[in-house]
Write a protein that binds this ligand. Structure first.
Ligand code: ADP
Length: 199
């Protein structure tokens, strides 16, 4: 039985940093954000349904979905946001699971699903174990401002729009404290993987 690990955290808590370490260990990582972009590529089933629902006005000249335009529409309209999610979310889930199956068929003993909104999207039943990458709010704020060039206000608004990291931490099977150096984070990751007999 292959093990599926869910990797999650908050914005700028260090998920990508940990995902990169996992890939260096040759552990396959399936990135929900990448899949979410792939399923709305021109011609995909979700693309066709989005155009049917929202019309040609949300398309760029080359036929691709104008993400900013679509984002602006659903940002102000709860009903439309639900409609969009009802198209995109199942497509993302289906593709993630198909990719996981492909890895397992190839004999991979462990697959990681990197899902920033694992808890918010209620996807925890897809994984056997959950790793939460944790930082305290001051570190999160500082790293987010630096990485994205956000003001303190902009960064705080994004952090506070998510489920608190402390709550996510409480639902984790393992927590990586990423307040320290990258090396300290790698040490914790290796410890967890060893404990779970993955390495
Ligand atoms: P996420 O994927 O959760 O949004 P990232 O892995 O991109 O977070 O990390 C957020 C930012 O903080 C990035 O700029 C990254 O380089 C930096 N960072 C991550 N972990 C550390 C660390 N332990 N020490 C210093 N900077 C870090």
């Amino acid at each position: 039985m292959a093990l599926t690990i869910g990797l999650t955290g908050g914005i700028s808590s260090g998920k990508s940093t940990v995902a990169h370490m996992l890939k260096e260990l040759n552990i396959p990582v399936i990135d929900a954000d990448i899949i979410a972009r792939e399923v709305v590529n021109v011609g995909e089933e979700a693309y066709v349904r989005i155009v049917e629902t929202f019309g040609n006005d949300i398309l760029e000249a080359n036929g691709e979905i104008d993400r900013a335009k679509l984002g602006a529409i659903v940002f102000h309209d709860e009903e439309k946001r639900k409609q969009l999610n009802a198209i995109v979310h199942p497509a993302v889930r289906k593709k993630m699971l198909a990719e996981r199956e492909a890895y397992i068929r190839r004999g991979e003993p462990v697959v990681v699903l990197d899902i920033p909104l694992l808890f918010e999207s209620k996807l925890t039943h897809f994984v056997d174990k959950i790793i939460v990458v944790y930082v305290d709010e001051a570190t999160q704020l500082e790293r987010l401002m630096k990485r994205n060039g956000f003001s303190q206000e902009e960064a705080l608004a994004r952090i506070r729009s998510q489920m608190p990291l402390s709550e996510k931490k409480a639902h984790a099977d393992a927590v990586i404290d990423n307040n320290g150096t990258v090396d300290k984070t790698r040490e914790q990751l290796l410890y967890i993987l060893n404990k779970w007999d993955v390495l």
